[in-house]
Design a protein around this ligand. Structure first.
Ligand code: UDP
Length: 477
């Protein structure tokens, strides 16, 4: 049975960012890629992670590596495999690096043996492909254990860690101790935020590369108003006539035309929102840290302030299967549903619980795109957040965002300049006041939206990640 798989990648044209990214960026990328091509001298850049679909890394690599290929860089993506036990240990490590204890299991000698056995099982096939002098970028704790064997093989190893927390906890220390034996085999570490670099690795070998979004994927691509309305009416979010059929609803990443065919599962009391009702939207996984219940209560406080403009709250997230491959999300959804049931009838009719089908990720992306674009205000009222890509996505669409001052959200939003930050995410009145402010002052809301888009253009577009990536590689050639 093969232990590793290689993911197919399509070359993507960086030219399409001309006129989308800031002036000069595409040229800088081409120049850096040309410099790299000269120095890299036939070597291959390998990315190794543990899943081809689902999760932030799998979401980010097709675009990043696609543009690299479009620039004639020989880059490839390998996915390791492991048994259930291995993923239990790595999930425990994942929670640990976030400062929590996950399922509470021990990161002891037995866990290390499970982890290292998986590394030993995957290593021979990787070594058969990778040659001395190549560069390997290992993603997250699942793959750093390959570093010693790769280093021994003459490969330059870079470790990219996509998770972390600002202040260490006992649990994060335990997780870092577990990873200790592998860390020195990497020549460089990459983190998403400066605050996530542990003291142990903070010696000039760590580089910060925040996440980014690709402006051309179905979730973020430009979408005309007809397509937005057609998708939202079709999904069942909005009630109203469909505009004339748009030429197409969205473009798939292979360039073909896509159409939203599935419906959303929607729990509501009464009719769907009319297409002129201002929507207040949060899109996120059903996870207690996303605080959908707190947002619902904040929205109720806003309604109580007596300045009702007909706004409706949309709480959207992935569909939760009753078969529970992710039991945590089904449990959280149930709690949100029960809290919704307990709202007074009148308020309940203004709050809609939406589950988006995930079968086709590009269709799902187009749904999220339409929803964010149609929203008067996008919210991310998380209690904790790694980076907060939903914030980036909404900012790119020029939406005014209200979000908690936590994790990477604080890197993206400067309060009152390009969005509104909630200092205390648990305070429903603070949320109500922020929403009132945006509704009272549409010019201010529009200003925040425009500034938000400029922030993403400058710091969080694929072009920035790509340039960071090429420069990183150049420094290792
Ligand atoms: N997302 C999605 N469909 C959903 C809910 C979320 O595509 O129904 C996407 C969302 O658009 C974003 C990602 O999942 O791209 C969530 O990333 P974020 O950094 O906001 O939070 P995380 O889920 O990683 O904690």
């Amino acid at each position: 049975m093969p232990r590793i798989t290689e993911v197919d990648l399509h070359a993507l044209p960086i030219d399409r960012y001309e006129g989308v990214a800031n002036r000069g960026v595409v040229e800088q990328i081409r120049a850096t890629a040309a410099q790299l091509a000269e120095k890299i001298d036939g070597r291959v850049v390998w990315h190794v992670n543990s899943t081809a679909a689902g999760g932030g890394v799998a979401e980010m690599l097709p675009a990043l590596l696609g543009y690299c290929r479009g620039l004639h860089l020989n880059t490839r993506w390998l996915v390791i495999s492991g048994e259930k036990e291995f993923f239990r240990v790595t999930k425990r490590l994942h929670h640990g690096l976030h400062g929590e204890n996950g399922d509470g299991s021990l990161l002891d000698g037995e866990a290390r043996e499970i982890y290292e056995a998986t590394m030993r099982a995957n290593a021979p096939e990787i070594m058969a492909l990778v040659r001395p002098g190549d560069i390997a970028i290992l993603h997250d704790p699942q793959t750093i254990g390959l570093a010693p064997a790769l280093q021994e093989h003459g490969v330059r190893v870079i470790w990219r860690c996509h998770i972390g927390r600002a202040a260490p906890t006992d649990d994060s220390r335990v997780a870092w101790r577990f990873l200790e034996p592998y860390l020195d085999c990497a020549v460089q570490y990459v983190f998403s935020r400066a605050e996530y670099v542990p003291e142990r690795l903070d010696h000039g070998k760590s580089k910060i590369m925040p996440p980014s979004i690709d402006a051309f994927m179905p979730k973020n691509q430009a979408m005309n108003d007809d397509a937005v309305l057609t998708i939202l009416v079709h999904m069942g979010i909005l009630f109203g006539p469909m505009p004339g059929k748009p030429d197409f609803e969205y473009l798939r990443s292979d360039g073909s035309r896509g159409r939203v065919d599935r419906y959303a599962d929607i729990i509501r009391c009464g009719p769907a929102s009319g297409n002129t009702a201002p929507l207040v939207t949060q899109v996120s996984r059903w996870d207690p840290l996303k605080d959908q219940i707190g947002l619902m209560h904040g929205f109720c406080r806003w309604l109580e302030r007596g300045k009702d403009n007909g706004a409706e709250l949309i709480l959207a997230g992935p569909s939760v299967s009753g078969v529970a491959d992710d039991p945590e999300s089904a449990d959280t959804f149930r709690e949100v549903f029960l809290a919704w049931c307990n709202l007074p009838h009148e308020t309940r009719s203004r709050v809609h619980l939406v589950m988006l089908p995930m079968v086709d990720v590009e269709e799902n992306g187009a749904m999220v795109n339409a929803l964010q674009r149609h929203s008067a205000v996008v919210v991310q009222k998380s209690l904790q957040e790694g980076f907060g890509l939903t914030v980036t996505e909404a900012m790119w669409k020029g939406r005014p965002v209200i979000a908690s001052r936590v994790g990477g959200i604080q890197d993206q939003i400067t309060d009152r300049e390009n969005g509104l930050l909630l200092d205390d995410p648990t305070d429903p009145d603070a949320f109500a006041a922020a929403l009132e402010q945006l509704f009272d002052d549409p010019a201010f809301a529009a200003h925040l939206g425009n500034a938000a888009q400029a922030t993403v253009r400058e710091h969080y577009l694929e072009t920035r990640s790509l340039l960071d990536h090429l420069q990183l590689l150049l420094s290792h050639c």
